[in-house]
Every structure is written in C-alpha cells, then in structure tokens.
Design a protein around this ligand. Sequence first.
Ligand code: PMP
Length: 379
Amino acid sequence: MTEIPYSGIREIFSECNRLERNGEDIVHLEIGRPDFDTPSPIKQAAKSAIDEGHVHYTSNYGIQPLRDRISAKFETDSGISYDPEDEIIVTAGASEAVFVSIMSMVDPGTEVLIPDPCWTYAPTVRAAGGTPVRYPLDPESGFQPNIEVLDSLINDDTSLLILNSPHNPTGSVIDDDHLRAVRDLVVENDLIAVSDEIYEKIIYGGAKHRSLASLDGMYERTITINGVSKAYSMTGWRVGYLGAPKALADEILRMRQYTTTCAPSISQYAALRALEGDLFEPLVEAFADRRALVCERIEDVPGMTAPTPEGAIYVYPTVPEPSTDGREFVWSLLHDTGVALVPGDVFGSNSSRVRIAYSNSLDRINTAFDRIEAWVENQ
Ligand code: PMP
C-alpha cells in the first residue's frame, strides 16, 4: 500500500466540502462526471427490472440481452466482432473493467506503458506488481502520443500499453496516423493493448473516434473498454463493459469472479435500454456548447492556453500569468475565489497545467471565469 497514494482529486473534493460547510459558494469544475439526470426511459427500464424481479446475481459475464446489445454495438460503431457468449464482460463501471484487465494481464516485474498525462491507471498497475512507464502526449500536436519516445520506452519487460481516446484529462482524440503508429509498435513488440474508450460518444466537430481493436492485427491483442457512465449520465449506476478475444476474456473473467461477481442486475437492464437508442445526443450537444464557452473564456485569460479539445468533457490549459505552478494556482484560486479545478500533476508529470471539467452549467462556467479573470487582475 505504500505504492498506492490517495487520489489527488479527493484532496480537492474534501476541501470543497469543508468550504461549502462554511457557507462558501464553490463553482465545481473539478468533477469528471456529467451533471445531468439520467434520461427517463433508462430510469423506467430500471423500475421495470425491479418490478419484474431482476434482483439476483447475474452471470459473471452479465445478462445475455445486454451482451448481445453490446456485441451489436461494437459491430456497428467500431467494426469489431466480439462473440456475445464469451468475449464481452459487463463490469461495475469501466473502472472495474480497467481494474480486472490490468490485474489479469500484468505480471509482477513487467512494465506498463500509460499516457502522460492520464486517468488513474498507475495505482492499479502498481497493485498488480507492475511498473507504470509514462509515454508523453505532446501539447504541440494537440496531445497526440509522441511515437518516437513511445518506441524508445519499449523493452523486453514491457507487457501492456494503455491507450485512452477521447482522453481524460486533455480532451484529445487520437488521429488515424497516430493510432496506426501505436498499432505498429504494439504488434512489432508483441504487446497487449487496453483501449479505454469510455468517452467515445462525447466527441465534437469533425473529430472521429476509431477503436484500436478495429485495426489490422489488433483484435487478438486488444481489450476494448467502454461503459454507459459518461454518455448517458449514469455514473452512479455502475455499468461498464469490455470486449476481448476469448483467450484474454477467459483470464479476465477469472479475475472478475473474485471482484464484484457481476454488475448490479437492475443497472444492467437500465444499460440495455441506454444502448438501444440515441439518448446521449442532447447531452453531447450541451457539452459542445460548454466546450465552446470554456475555450472562448480561456482565450481571454492571459497565459492560459490549451489545444481545443475534440472529445470528452475536459480541457487541460496552462496556468494563467503570473502563476507557474498548477498546484499553487489551484489551491489559491479555490481559497480566494471558490473555483475548484484539478492540478495537472494529479494526472502525470506536468505541473504547469490544470484540468478544467466542463461538467457544470453555462452560467456557472461564466461565473468561474469571471472569478478567474478577477483573480488574475489582482495578482
Ligand atoms: N476511464 C476514464 C478515462 C475515466 O475518466 C473514467 C471516469 N472518470 C473511467 C474510466 C471510469 O468510469 P466508470 O464510471 O464507468 O467507472
């Protein structure tokens, strides 16, 4: 456990709670979750599941109709054929899919390539006895992976590469050239890949999402992770899923039998309803408006710059002048103005950036930036 730190975001949460208890008005731009209610047809499906008595353990793989639906979705959206019998595993959130994938694929002493910056893969890699090795995403290229550096980090101990697109915390979407270059390295070096595609549906403008497993040579060596938390605003329902070739899915399922057994039965019926339609569209439209506003407001803050995010619900700008340190800036801003962000170094090595989650209304985003501008003027 000495290798496993407390989550850096938790520190900010706790401080926000304390300040709110003291009556302060906090603008939350630190939370990585949609603030909308879950669409009502999905809630109805859950109510029916309760009334129909779907209240027991399910198969470790998940309920069959949901696996059939996920398999069809992979086929239509990504062009990947996963057998709904034994190549799809429904999990308690994408978090559990990430956890069981890493725990079952990483041997002690091996190295796992993770993006710099990225979401919290590193603690699980450490829990599995592996060493996380970070490959840089370059701000100059809109946070695409630096392929040359990535190549130089691979050695005989490397076992796994984790990719996340659309990306938390930068909002980048990997382009086809970089995706192919990653594929080439994974295949040449005989690695396994975990592709975390949880923000797949939250994508803007002309950006296109492509699944790593759909590229030649990748199906047999890729675990594709997705879920309903983000696109359908269902973070509390705890349903995610993964697709993997049978040889890998068998091993992951074994690990999975000793974690949560199955995702909540009622939530699985709700997820089935979610994946039957386009219920994510209004939510994505609302995020597109927020993204536009955040980008516009960032431009007016001296020293704050960021590549325009093409997906997810985050932007990862540099700190405003005269600040140079993300952590100092975040804590001063929180205490002086009540605006909550996350220091960039929570996600990796960059200490001069911050993550802004636009999981709040246009009004509150404007309030946050009014306060940030006033704070900068007072420095
Ligand atoms: N992957 C990424 C990149 C995430 O940002 C998150 C949630 N913040 C997850 C996985 C986990 O999502 P879930 O709620 O489905 O567990």
